[in-house]
Design a binder for this molecule. Sequence first.
Ligand SMILES: Nc1nc2c(ncn2[C@@H]2O[C@H](COP(=O)(O)OP(=O)(O)O)[C@@H](O)[C@H]2O)c(=O)[nH]1
Ligand SMILES: [Mg+2]
Length: 296
Amino acid sequence: MLDGLKDAVKQATEDVKSKVAEKEITEEALNSSLESLRLRLIKQNISIDTVERIQDEVKTRMLGEKVRRDQVSDRIQDAFRTVLEEQVSDDLDPAEKVAESGEPYTLYLVGFNGSGKTTTAAKLTNTLQQKEHNVVLGAGDTFRAASIEQLEEHGKRLGTKVVSHEYESDPAAVAYDAVAHAEKEGKVAVVDTAGRSHADQNLMNELEKMIEVGEPDMVLLVVDALAGNDVENQVEAYQGMFDGLVVTKMDVDEHGGALITAAQKSGKPVAYIGTGQEYTDLEDFDTTEFTDRLFE
Ligand SMILES: Nc1nc2c(ncn2[C@@H]2O[C@H](COP(=O)(O)OP(=O)(O)O)[C@@H](O)[C@H]2O)c(=O)[nH]1
Ligand SMILES: [Mg+2]
């Protein structure tokens, strides 16, 4: 996890170090190593905006006073910490929100095909069950072959009721029924949805209707870390429709930049990261921990 980004940071630090002579580092010398930092970070899928912000911070911390070679690493770490704390929020804990508001509570998972919505619905169910909440799953992906069976299988394994209709039926009706069940039984409704792309206006309209009908308390956008730079498009497609992010497949992502980019572009907090295929592989996201990992 994050090995590519860790290496990039390490090598960039070495680059800067090699430019620090006995005397103060010159802006010229620094600029050439910042250019290499820039390329290394862009390769890890970090958005240009964030890369430039990090460059600025490094520059501020390196110029204008004497920095010894053995201080370079700390200065660069400080720059990363400042920018990541500023651009990547972890200030959303869905399980805590559920506990605060009480049941019924409705949560939708939205995102592109294959991003991990259905798997995350099952993991989230498990997380909520661990905290003594009763969950009802809504099979709101009535579009993709086998999606309903996939969710029903999870429901069986987790001992959770699954509200489902026929394939091709109106997902807003599924959401409505799942929410009605949650209201009647005092449960948390976790509603899965069909994968959409911004090119697919019909499906986007359908999702808007689901949101209108189900009035979810929270909508989480599920993005796949392996999507790399494409998370920018995914975030853009759903902009204004979600409260926070779940970034899946962090266990198989070398780069780590997709998470940073998704958070920075959306301005929304990262609630969870997916770190595997098991139900327990859903971790609360913590910005400080994430940043610490880069400098392990
Ligand atoms: N390694 C790994 N695989 C995941 C994770 N989350 C989902 N997957 C896998 O990604 C694939 C697509 O997931 P799915 O939930 O069906 O995506 P959906 O189309 O958005 O519903 C499946 O094979 C999942 O097992 C994760 O955090 N780590
Ligand atoms: Mg699915």
